[in-house]
Design a protein around this ligand. Sequence first.
Ligand SMILES: Nc1nc2c([nH]c(=O)n2[C@H]2C[C@H](O)[C@@H](COP(=O)(O)OP(=O)(O)OP(=O)(O)O)O2)c(=O)[nH]1
Ligand SMILES: [Mg+2]
Length: 131
Amino acid sequence: MKQLNISVGIIRNTQKEIFITQRDASSHMAGFWEFPGGKIESGETPEQAVIRELQEEVGIEAISLVLLDTLEHRFPDRIITLHFFMVEDWKGEPYGKEGQPKRWIAQSQLNEAEFPPANEAIVRALKNNQF
Ligand SMILES: Nc1nc2c([nH]c(=O)n2[C@H]2C[C@H](O)[C@@H](COP(=O)(O)OP(=O)(O)OP(=O)(O)O)O2)c(=O)[nH]1
Ligand SMILES: [Mg+2]
């Protein structure tokens, strides 16, 4: 069974909008919307990984990071541990650096059905203004 450690960034602006991107058609969880992020490489902390991934995928330099939650999710073919970081201060303007579709969405308008199943609890908590 594949075991993956993932760090993702919930990029939120002062209007309480969140920046999300769409997963590539060829990837695991293709077509779902996601918080940008990816695999923690060996020797990295979860925080170092999310800083690197945000630079690579959406072109920002994260400045303020707060770990909101860590959870494990079992897919039929893999177990993933997800670290969700709130990112409220950064340098640059996030964009789809790898050509991926992106959008800003009001936190209250988030829809868990658009995200991979592992995101259900955190998306619901955000939508209900718990963070
Ligand atoms: N980035 C991201 N991945 C998520 C979320 N929810 C969720 O279940 N995942 C899963 C999908 C993937 O199995 C894994 C993330 O891997 P990834 O494909 O983004 O990894 P990566 O950026 O390092 O890319 P690569 O090395 O595979 O090219 O976590 C989410 O909100 N954001
Ligand atoms: Mg990724």
